[in-house]
Write a protein that binds this ligand. Structure first.
Ligand code: CA
Length: 431
């Protein structure tokens, strides 16, 4: 995933859902940081009507743009066969521009996202799928040190186990975005990477399909990440993340292994915090050993020892009233796949369930309503006005906004969990 603006990414990734707790800092590695909720919305690969939603003359301009880009790539040394395959039938997709410009107003709470992402059905299907592809999953696991349950959980969340990974040709989507999207330079770089994939002979234009935002195949690799991490595990000479489960499992595991996954370590565990815990310490940047957390009174739910981390952090995805987790380096490796706590938690919990472990035991604060995008903007404006700097108001709950919320909460004598509620917004706006 690219390091990109989270709002764009959230939409780019999936059309429907934006999550309450996207972590906006850091650099997303593979895909847009705001996690997916529902499977990708399938889109007709070849929309017929020129229901142009972009600027007037978009389609004519597109043809010229393609001609220029093609010439540039030819000059850069891309072979004629690859250029013909990629661009002879390239399509401008108005729907891609429409989705790229959509600004979701409502934010899905983490518990609502997890209800879908780790549903009983998702667990049951995952166990069946895992049994079916056991050999491929175990081989990838042995080679890269990432448990089969984690790889299969990513597959389950990215594409509902391959049942829905989108049918938009990546070349069409990326060419449209490079021509008229909100992040043209990024799309141009991905388009160049996609051309290299075609030139390598891994796949052709027609079969190189995925989401409208260019994420491809069963576990939704962007072309640049395909070039870095995709693996030909079945030895047929092609890296095939669409049709070969051996390649899908190995490529996904390779991504995580290259993102800091540590063999033999769990992702983390749900924990109980001691009375009087300082909630401002529940922050991904406050890392210390499990021994230190234990000395402060942090405990697992079942009384077993905490997982052993040299640098674990406490995660409170729904604020002080919700469940707490102790997370380690492998959780952070999952964040590199998609930089959203909702996403990383869903992968972690789904893998835990696939392996017969428990779900979340502490109840979620389901009575809380997450702030809408405009409300977050209002919150940021109010915080800034009162001297709690939250950066440029963008409607997104990033680290700066959370830190500002914490500072405000602390000075107002409230629990400093950095989790904004409507009540807090009203309090901030009160004259
Ligand atoms: Ca292969």
């Amino acid at each position: 995933m690219q390091r990109t603006n989270a709002s764009w990414l959230s939409q780019a990734r999936r059309t429907v859902s934006v999550l309450a707790i996207a972590t906006l800092a850091g650099c997303a590695t593979q895909q847009p940081p705001v996690a997916p909720a529902a499977p990708v919305q399938p889109m007709p690969a070849r929309p017929q009507a020129p229901a142009v939603t972009g600027q007037p003359g978009s389609e004519q301009g597109f043809a010229q743009w393609v001609q220029d880009f093609r010439a540039e790539m030819r000059a850069a040394g891309v072979g004629e066969a690859a250029l013909r395959d990629a661009f002879d039938n390239v399509q401008y997709l108005p729907r891609v521009i429409e989705l790229d410009r959509a600004q979701p107003e409502f934010v899905r709470p983490v518990w609502d996202y997890l209800d879908t992402a780790v549903s009983a059905q998702r667990v049951a299907t995952g166990q069946e799928k895992l049994a079916q592809i056991r050999a491929a999953a175990d081989a990838a696991s042995a080679r890269y040190g990432v448990p089969a349950g984690i790889i299969v959980a990513i597959w389950g969340i990215e594409s509902n186990y391959g049942s829905n990974y989108g049918n938009t040709p990546a070349i069409d989507a990326l060419a449209t975005l490079a021509y008229e999207g909100r992040r043209r330079d990024w799309a141009r770089g991905e388009l160049r990477a996609a051309l290299r994939i075609i030139e390598n002979g891994d796949i052709d234009h027609v079969h190189m399909i995925g989401s409208w935002a260019g994420a491809m195949g069963q576990t939704q690799f962007l072309p640049s990440n395909f070039l870095r991490y995709a693996v030909d595990a079945d030895g047929d000479g092609k890296r095939d993340i669409w049709g070969s489960m051996a390649d899908v499992m190995a490529s996904t595991a390779n991504f995580l292994a290259s993102s800091g996954w540590q063999r033999g370590q769990p992702w983390g565990a749900e924990v109980q915090l001691p009375a009087g815990f300082d909630y401002s310490r529940a922050d991904s940047s406050r890392r210390q050993s499990s021994g230190q957390w234990a000395a402060e009174g942090v405990r697992t739910m079942d009384g077993r020892p905490l997982p052993e981390f040299a640098d674990g952090a406490i995660l409170l995805p729904a604020g002080a009233r919700g469940p707490a987790f102790l997370v380690g380096p492998n959780y952070r490796a999952i964040l590199r796949y998609n930089n959203s706590d909702s996403y990383a938690l869903a992968v972690s919990l789904l893998s835990q369930r696939l392996e017969g472990g428990p779900g979340v035991q502490t109840p979620w604060p389901r009575d809380l309503t997450p702030l809408t995008r405009s409300q977050v903007r209002e919150l940021q404006t109010a915080l800034n006005q009162q001297g709690y700097s939250s950066g440029e108001p963008d409607g997104l709950l990033g680290p700066a906004t959370r830190a500002a919320v914490r500072n405000y909460q602390r000075s107002a004598g409230l629990v400093a969990d950095g989790f904004p509620t409507l009540e807090l917004l009203k309090r901030l706006q009160a004259p």
